[in-house]
Ligand binder design. Sequence first.
Ligand code: DSN
Length: 422
Amino acid sequence: MSANHHPALLATDPELASFIAAEETLQAQTLRLIPSENYVSAAVLEASGTVLQNKYSEGYPGRRYYEGQQNIDRVEALAVERAKGLFGVDHANVQPYSGSPANLAVYVAFAKPGDTVMGMALPMGGHLTHGWGVSATGSWFRGVQYGVRADTGLIDYDAVRDLALAERPKIMFCGGTALPRTIDFAAFASIAREAGSVLVADVAHIAGLIAGGAHPSPAAHVDVVSTTTHKTLRGPRGAMLMCREEHAKAIDKAVFPGLQGGPHNQTTAGIAVALHEAAQPAFTTYAHAVVANAKALAEALLARGFDLVSGGTDNHLILMDLTSRGVAGKIAAKALDRAGIVVNYNTVPFDPRKPFDPSGIRIGTPSLTSRGLAPEHMPVVAEWISRAVDAAAKGDEPALAVVRAEVGDLMAAHPAPGLPLA
Ligand code: DSN
């Protein structure tokens, strides 16, 4: 591959063009298992890099503070209509710049600084913006946190209810970044009703699974659905907030002018395309294949003796505790990277180690499914992970190089969407 796929960029800035060409090669040749990443289609890439970049559009379709919005209004209205249709919601705001600003907008809409908010603790699988201490959401607001049971790795809904009734949080989040199991939105809704809380489902990780019918939808149960658009949904890096009509004004006002200025119109266009793609029958097949691959990979890892948090997965994500393999998560993640397998190190629930050097790694199947890998490939993926983790424990660099070559061969046989062919 070469930077010739971007001729204008190559002519203007060959140094930068070479970095992008190298990234294209890296994404083509490696087995990308970070569960929050994916490959967007060529159509999404094209829509995200257009002259829409040149336009300021503060406001909403038909209600802007700048003129010349004839086309931008159509782009945003189309994205909004597609989001409403796909997720079965009354209202969608497609302007949040990404997941963290989207969640912050929820606080702006429904709480005041100092109010109590509740979410899953970050080391248990939650997200920084669900009221965790080092985030502004945990210092400007009073965050109280729930977790999972030590014996099962599953959310203890009785404990969530006890905490909610004791604390009566203004906002309650469900969802997170390292949850391998189905979220019971109805159970959270019943608790939030009792506690008098606004319930937010942060479905960033599983939005594509919901769109494709491979995870239950929160739409009928929660007040607000927050999601990024670039994970299982396979769109550009952006976010959306969706809600019932009664909350529409509060959400829109919180995003603009409460928190943001002009929307990134080029991203809105990419989101519109991704939503169109996600509404096709092929995407339903994709979403179910992501889950089938994750279950097959979990089975193959269990067969090789790995410890998986909660014992497996219901969705796209697997959280591996490497303690019993005698290697820390960070060392394993870096060795896997040298073997051409890209993961992230991650805390596991009740981790005795520090977040920057935790006990686990987090993996997932959205990207490999986008390149057409199927359950029959998962035993070899598990074998590569096992060989690389063992090589990490022994410091066996040649073994990592052998895995890297094998990974490269399989990736070459399964080109990724959106990447230029060699
Ligand atoms: N950074 C995202 C993830 O990797 O899950 C969450 O914001």
